[in-house]
Design a binder for this molecule. Structure first.
Ligand SMILES: [Mg+2]
Length: 431
């Protein structure tokens, strides 16, 4: 049976939520921007009017202001965006339970089984579009087609507040002339590769020769199938949880980093967050990956396997730091760092495989970290820290009220945030 897939895309989502919450912003050129203080001073989203001035997502605030003199800058309110994303989803749920989100503002809906009840895809699309506008004060554009790729393409063709149908009969005439890069799966690099070989449109991509297709590698077959309307990927059920492939955490530092010790501190903190999430997901890391962005915006990525799968933040941080030491030559300052746990395995599987490995020491470390975490969750993040982390000269003046024999230190007042957790390099022995 021919499927009916909708792709619903909230228009200029962040900016639209801001304008809906604050009517004085309506009709103005609005840009939602990260704060300058934490160095995320870039445009995260912009209103239609700001877009017409040439303001682009990702550019610096000062660049945007040069293009648009009366640009209104507002800070992001992520909790509101999450709320309205969920409310929109609730409207979709009245029409199907096959709802697959694609980012915070986009969803695919498979309404094949709902047609008898609610009418054809185009009709359902208009009903949903009207309801979102009336009930939430936001607009969506909807693509209606027989597969996910074309539904998504359709939602981009006319916006805001519009419905575009790409039917199975005659889809080639409808979309053949569109740039190949508009199609899901054709990223900028692939589009450039195709362009250099004279392939500019979806119709040309659909008729690509075998030789060029092979050169595209793995993604070639997929995008050729998509261009020919053969994409048959299902829309997942709303309760579907994707297999977690990696658990990562990154940060743009408040000031650039210029020495190993500062990098170690950041990596240590990032690893604590990763370790906590691995425990929640009941997973262990089989390897660690890092990404380093220097202050000239060059990004380098490095990875290595771990001797045995782990959830320990100390081990993850150690591996991450080792990668950094080998991979970075301090030609300039470091602006941003990301640490990622990769090659994930379930807790039970990991232990079976590595039974023969010497788990003694790391098991002890993990027990220690678990105990620390339960104390942290009860008394606050800075209630407990490794004693060795407080030997740094700059922290020597701080009073350490209580040291347990195991090397765990408990702060006198669990609620006070007086003692920063600043790990120092000596903790990571063996680096
Ligand atoms: Mg959108």
């Amino acid at each position: 049976m021919e499927r009916t897939i909708l792709h619903c895309d909230l228009n200029a989502f962040y900016a639209s939520v801001e304008m809906m919450l604050d009517p004085s912003l309506r009709g103005k050129a609005v840009a939602v921007c990260g704060s300058k203080e934490d160095r995320h001073g870039i445009v995260l989203a912009k209103s239609e009017k700001a877009k017409r001035c040439g303001v682009k997502t990702g550019e610096a605030i000062w660049q945007a202001q040069q293009k648009c003199r009366d640009l209104v800058i507002v800070p992001p309110q992520f909790d509101q965006y999450m709320k309205y994303s969920a409310l929109t989803r609730r409207i979709y749920e009245d029409y199907t339970d096959l709802i697959e989100p694609f980012g915070i503002d986009e969803c695919w809906l498979d309404v094949t089984a709902s047609r008898l009840l609610f009418g054809d895809g185009e009709h359902i699309a208009h009903v949903i579009r009207e309801r979102v506008k009336k009930e939430l004060g936001l607009t969506i554009s909807v693509g209606v087609s027989f597969n996910k790729v074309f539904a998504k393409l359709g939602s981009d063709m006319k916006k805001p507040d519009a419905v575009t149908v790409i039917p199975k009969q005659g889809f080639r005439e409808r979309i053949g002339g569109l740039p190949a890069g508009d199609m899901l799966g054709v990223g900028p690099a692939t589009a450039r590769f195709l362009g250099e070989r004279g392939i500019h449109t979806i119709a040309q991509l659909a008729a690509i020769d075998d030789y060029t297709l092979k050169k595209l590698g793995k993604c070639g077959e997929q995008i050729w199938r998509s261009a020919n309307g053969l994409d048959d990927a299902p829309v997942h059920h709303m309760d579907f949880v994707d297999t977690i492939k990696s658990v990562g955490h990154g940060t743009t530092c408040v000031t650039d980093l210029y020495n190993d010790e500062d990098v170690w501190r950041v990596m240590y903190k990032l690893s604590q967050d990763i370790s906590a999430r691995l425990r929640i997901y009941k997973l262990r890391a089989g390897g660690v990956q890092i990404a380093i962005k220097d202050n000239m915006f060059h990004i380098a990525q490095h990875q290595r396997p771990l001797d045995a799968p782990t959830q320990s933040f100390a081990e993850i941080a150690r591996a991450a730091f080792m990668l950094f030491r080998r991979g970075y030559n301090w030609h300039t300052g470091v602006r941003a760092l990301t640490v990622r746990a990769i090659d994930l395995r379930s807790e039970s599987e990991a232990q079976q495989i590595f039974l023969e490995a010497d788990m003694g020491a790391s098991e002890k470390q993990e027990k220690l970290e678990r105990a620390m975490e339960s104390i942290r969750s009860r008394y606050g993040k800075s209630s407990i820290e490794m004693a060795s982390l407080f030997r740094a000269p700059r922290l020597a003046a701080k009073e350490i009220p209580n040291t347990m024999p195991s090397g765990i230190r408990i702060a006198g007042n669990p609620d006070a945030d007086a003692i920063p957790d600043l790990p120092v390099m000596e903790f990571a022995s063996g680096i």
